[in-house]
Design a protein around this ligand. Structure first.
Ligand code: HEC
Length: 168
């Protein structure tokens, strides 16, 4: 857990202060082309099924890990609430409840979490989460709370929950 927090803080600092996260935005045609290619070719794991049941317990476990690490860019609610640089990344950090993200299969979401999205600011998490924890993150992405309902992350001065204290 401590290791995760340090990692999250490092990511936050490098994205808020360096220019690496603020390159030119691609045009909408470019973006659509990339989205299509990503969904069909680049992103693996299409037919891998989630071995875990969508129970409250699994969703909450996913939420807790999300709140320790992913929230630095995605916000506690997966919809970038309180993340100051989310729309300045290129491509911007998408709301994870959007139709385009939800169109991925569970296996593809699992693949994205492990391998990241290249080239973009979305990092690979392979080795950070156990297999089961990665599938729990997928369940959390499928069951996100309403936008803003969890407050803003404490790393950005908000009063939202942090890490293990986060529950639905
Ligand atoms: C350093 C910031 C950062 C962190 C940390 C981060 N992400 Fe992302 N994430 C991004 C960005 C930027 C994108 C947009 C990538 C793109 O569209 O190419 C993204 C996209 C995504 C997508 C959608 C991918 C797509 O093709 O539309 C998912 C799902 C996702 N992230 C899940 C997670 C999860 C789960 C975690 C924690 C394990 C996490 N992210 C951690 C920045 C981050």
């Amino acid at each position: 857990m401590r290791r995760l927090n340090i990692l999250a803080a490092t990511v936050a600092v490098s994205c808020s202060f360096l220019t690496g996260c603020q390159v030119r935005s691609p045009g909408s045609f470019e973006t659509r082309l990339m989205q299509g290619t990503k969904r069909r070719i680049t992103v693996g794991g299409r037919s891998d099924a989630n071995p875990l049941a969508s129970t409250n317990e699994n969703i909450r476990a996913g939420q807790r890990n999300f709140a320790s690490y992913c929230m630095v860019c995605h916000g506690l609610d997966g919809q970038t609430t309180g993340v100051p640089f989310a729309d300045r990344m290129a491509p911007p950090v998408p709301p994870l409840n959007s139709a385009s993200v939800q169109a991925y299969t569970d296996g593809q979401l699992h693949w994205i979490i492990e391998n990241g999205v290249s080239p973009s600011g979305m990092p690979a998490s392979k080795g950070i989460f156990r297999e089961e924890e990665t599938w729990q993150l997928v369940l959390y992405i499928r069951n996100l709370p309403p936008k803003g309902s969890l407050g803003e992350p404490q790393v950005y001065g908000g009063t939202g929950c942090s890490g293990a204290n986060c529950a639905h």
